[in-house]
Design a protein around this ligand. Structure first.
Ligand SMILES: Cc1cc2nc3c(=O)[nH]c(=O)nc-3n(C[C@H](O)[C@H](O)[C@H](O)COP(=O)(O)OP(=O)(O)OC[C@H]3O[C@@H](n4cnc5c(N)ncnc54)[C@H](O)[C@@H]3O)c2cc1C
Length: 409
């Protein structure tokens, strides 16, 4: 069974868009697509914008865990991962230089992000949202003070970035609510003083590649995870032939060595995994990962997904957080857009705390542990010696106990 292949999306030019919208969503990852779908389903005239050409790949471990699958099911999108021909996994092979453990996982699916995100865009469009790709969005500062009725409208500048035109077209649209789901560092908010992005000093960066004909590196049904002093590397098969590789690497080490593939090859080899020729591959990278924003809502702007803060993705929860956040923020936008914007902001701050903030604290602690090779060795030794302990921790990570009820009530 091969991975589903999507055709490049037909573009809608920004010149054909209306001037006024109820809701503009920036970013078509899991958070933005779910937010746009939910807002459109709740009757809002919704525009979703992404700067990339779709379908697009993205640096990610590509593992959709049980929590994410349950959520998709709950909102009527249970078929999406199946239609994307996701490859099931139910085990993790955890290795570090001094030991290894093989642990069972709740069944999840590995899916290429190009295919998954494209399918989620389709789901939003089929509920009535308008999708524009190849377009960078920037939220413009408002001239109205907080609380002023005039502040109930936001302006978003759209700049087309396709290669066939030398001077990009741009225009500005207006809306009641903007949802910033634009991923790490929330680039669309750069011009707004209300939103500061804080980066942890020890933050690592993410890198990723897809290995064609990488089938012999890892058995189907398993995630391979190598942990070393300079970071960790996750591998999973996203089709019978293709291996998705994503890693979080120490910035200083990367600067010294100069090539992510060399650092990845070293981590894999020391942990006892076969190298797939990492140094010869082309790698995509992210900005630093461990970051948080001082607020997730202000004056008609709601921030969600990685844009609202992220930590190292060792536990592979990011997609689940983004999906859950997307549904909840779409509901908030619908509850507030026509009545009272402040309500939408207040609701979203509360929802976000309940949904994500607590779990992020847990992941932050784990991120600190991952920087200490001795602690990692002890944890892997404990996991292989007392598997019931490891199983309980894993079960709590991807438990389907979904927080959605809290958000839709
Ligand atoms: C190395 C690594 C491995 C990971 N592994 C996993 C895993 O196995 N499982 C898991 O669940 N999670 C994993 N994650 C986390 C997961 O990738 C993210 O949490 C998830 O993608 C967040 O979704 P999002 O919708 O918030 O943002 P994204 O998926 O980042 O989407 C943001 C979108 O916004 C667009 N955009 C940005 N700026 C603008 C702009 N100004 N205008 C218009 N569009 C814009 C981008 O093009 C992008 O499409 C991993 C992350 C990393 C770095």
């Amino acid at each position: 069974m091969e991975e589903a292949v999507s055709e490049p999306k037909k573009r809608i030019g920004i010149q054909n868009l209306d001037d006024d919208w109820d809701c503009v969503v920036i970013g078509a990852g899991p958070a933005g697509t779910m937010a746009a779908r939910q807002a459109a389903m709740r009757g809002l005239k919704t525009l979703i914008v992404d700067r990339k050409t779709f379908p697009r790949e993205k640096v990610c471990g590509a593992c959709v865990n049980r929590r994410a699958l349950t959520l998709l099911d709950q909102v009527g999108l249970g078929h999406v991962v199946h239609n994307c021909r996701g490859i099931p996994f139910d085990r993790i092979q955890l290795r570090c230089p001094s030991g290894h453990a093989s642990l069972p996982l709740s069944r999840g699916f590995a899916v290429s992000r190009a295919t998954l995100d494209d399918a989620l865009v389709e789901a939003a469009v089929s509920e009535g949202a308008t999708f524009v790709s190849d377009t960078m969005a920037q939220i413009l500062p408002t001239e109205h003070p907080a609380g002023d009725r005039g502040a109930n409208q936001r302006s978003v500048k759209l700049i087309e970035n396709h290669s066939d035109c030398t001077k990009p077209h741009s225009r500005t649209v207006r809306c009641q609510i903007v949802i910033a789901a634009d991923g790490l560092g929330h680039p669309s908010l750069q011009r707004l003083p209300d939103f500061h992005d804080k980066v942890a000093r020890s933050s690592r960066i993410g890198v990723g590649t897809i290995v064609e004909h990488g089938a012999n590196v890892l058995r189907e049904g398993s995630i391979g995870m190598a942990v070393g002093r300079d970071g960790y590397v996750g591998m999973v098969r996203i089709s019978h032939n293709r291996l998705n590789v994503a890693a979080c690497l120490d910035v200083t080490r990367l600067r010294d060595v100069g090539h992510p593939g060399v650092v990845v090859a070293d981590i894999l080899q020391r942990a006892g995994f076969a190298d797939f020729g990492a140094a010869d591959h082309t790698w995509k990278g992210t900005i630093q990962l461990s970051r948080s924003t001082n607020t997730v809502a202000s004056q008609g702007i709601l921030v969600v997904g990685d844009a609202a803060g992220y930590v190292e993705p060792f536990t592979g929860e990011g997609i689940a957080w983004a999906l859950a956040g997307g549904v909840a923020v779409g509901d908030c936008a619908a509850s507030g857009a026509h009545v009272n914007q402040m309500t939408a902001e207040q609701i979203w701050k509360r929802e976000w705390r309940q949904l994500v903030a607590r779990r992020q604290k847990w992941c932050r602690r784990l991120a600190v542990l991952l920087r200490h090779p001795t602690a990692v060795s002890v944890a892997i030794y404990a996991a292989s010696t007392f598997p019931f302990l490891a199983n309980r921790i894993i079960a709590s990570l991807d438990s389907p106990a979904l927080e959605l009820q809290a958000t839709t009530s």
